[in-house]
Write a protein that binds this ligand. Structure first.
Ligand code: 5AD
Ligand code: SF4
Length: 438
């Protein structure tokens, strides 16, 4: 759980510490900061990120206590809606019972849930997943930020709009100064505690250039850095870790090696997975996942994707529907329907109850209410796009990305309104009472 409520340090162990929030104790990593007993700290993804002066922390805690209780009650009211009015098959009821008893679902149970069987059962599935989310993780919702600093890519993935062969796309690269300015605003003005630095696989940013970026951010800002740079040498990632990066976002895209190798020419699934495991072993917090709805993919592949992600045991699941881009070889592929994507979210929640599940931008792009529907189907985390507006449209992985033309403040205001309506506590941004109405 990652409430960014100030936590009080109770005791120190070698690289860990015990902290407390409103009586809840937690073990955290403290390798980014030196701490003393009695300090107040912000913790993200189980890691102490920055200290807060005691007086300020106590003030924030007072606001939180009140707001938090109200939001929690609202969430409880929403998840307590029963599905007694929904007509369900015997088989479905049996599955609900199994989940309630925390029994493991078999592969055929999971495939049954993935395979659309009418709106009623889908509705019941989403509600069940939402209830499990609330039971396991309460109502916290992390909001992370992402900066897309280069849309150059030397790869040619058949699904991706910024692939190498897409010659008509205007390419851009942000300078170190532009990146740091963007992070400065996000962290110091808007309160972000985690930022993802994302790019295509762009060799322009050599190991030393990336190191320079990480060091500049670490020196100037209290923020947890996730890297999403694609495949690089393990030695590079080791150096990035030593410089202070602590997370990576790298999807394996699909667990079906035949589909993988067809859609990512010249690349091998095995290498990708080895790299993801290397990153985990280096100590990185790993976010990973897959695309939903690739051509030739069957439900059993989707299930394998979910189970593979679970085996990797990531800090966060990041998956989303394929959205066909007209300027790619998959331009005429079928669009993933929202119901399928929501079923995947719910199934992840059922098979990995404590998972952090991100509502990715591609999920949001599926429809006007897709973000809300995703949060109500088991997801518990959001991403805000911090990329400067003048270049954001060129990070054209797929068309009509949700929020593509919204200022950061507008994205935040919209997300907060939604979270408050759903009784969720936004736990990455600094908190405010604004937007909370009874
Ligand atoms: N639709 C949805 N997601 C896509 N990605 C790439 N192309 C598309 C698309 N057309 C995702 C991939 C990649 C991430 C950066 O963007 O999963 O890992
Ligand atoms: Fe490059 Fe990633 Fe797009 Fe593939 S999916 S072309 S590696 S940005």
């Amino acid at each position: 759980m990652c409430y960014v409520i100030p936590a009080k340090v109770l005791n120190l162990k070698e690289r860990h510490a015990t902290v407390e929030y409103f009586g809840e104790k937690r073990d955290i990593r403290r390798d980014l900061l030196s701490l003393d007993v009695g300090d107040y700290v912000y913790v993200q993804a189980g890691m102490a990120i920055s200290k807060i002066p005691a007086a300020q922390a106590q003030l924030i805690l007072r606001i939180w206590e009140d707001l938090f209780e109200k939001l929690k009650n609202r969430d409880r009211r929403i998840v307590d809606i029963s599905y007694a009015e929904i007509k369900l098959s015997k088989k479905f009821n049996a599955l609900l019972e199994k989940v309630d008893k925390k029994q493991e679902l078999s592969n055929s149970d999971c495939l049954y849930l993935l395979d659309g069987r009418g709106e009623d059962e889908a509705k019941a599935l989403y509600r069940l997943a939402n209830r499990i989310r609330s039971e396991e993780l309460k109502n916290s919702c992390c909001i992370h930020g992402i900066v897309e600093f280069s849309n150059y890519c030397l790869r040619n993935c058949l699904y991706c709009g910024i692939r190498r062969d897409n010659k008509d796309l205007k390419r851009y690269r942000l300078s170190l100064r532009q990146i740091c300015k963007t992070i400065d605003y996000a962290v110091n003005k808007l309160g972000f505690k985690v930022v993802v630095l994302q790019s295509g696989e762009d060799p322009f940013y050599t190991k030393s250039k990336i190191l320079e970026i990480i060091k500049c951010i670490r020196k100037n800002f209290s923020v947890l850095i996730f890297l999403s740079l694609g495949e690089r040498e393990s030695e590079d990632y080791e150096a990035f870790y030593d410089a202070g990066a602590r997370g990576t976002l790298l999807r394996f895209e699909t667990s079906n090696s035949r589909i993988y190798e067809k859609l990512r020419p010249g690349r091998r699934l095995k290498d990708r997975l080895n790299l993801i495991m290397d990153l985990k072993n280096m100590g990185y917090l790993v976010a990973t996942g897959f695309l939903i709805g690739l051509p030739e993919e069957e439900d059993k592949d989707i299930l394998n994707n979910i189970l593979l992600t679970k085996r990797i045991a990531p800090e966060m699941y990041s998956f989303g529907p394929l959205i066909p881009h007209p300027d790619t070889p998959l331009g005429t592929a079928e669009k993933t329907v929202q119901d399928k994507a929501l079923r995947v979210i719910s199934l992840v929640r059922l098979v990995d109850r404590k998972a952090n599940i991100l509502v990715t931008t591609a999920l949001e792009t599926l429809g006007e209410n897709a973000k809300e529907a995703s949060l109500n189907a088991g997801a518990n985390s959001l991403m805000i796009n911090l990329t400067p507006l003048n270049v954001r449209k060129f990070y054209d992985i797929y068309p009509q990305r949700a929020g593509n033309d919204l200022k950061i403040e507008e994205q935040i205001a919209k997300s907060l309104r939604l979270l408050y309506r759903l009784g969720r506590a936004p736990t990455d941004l600094g908190i405010s009472n604004e937007g909370f109405h009874k």
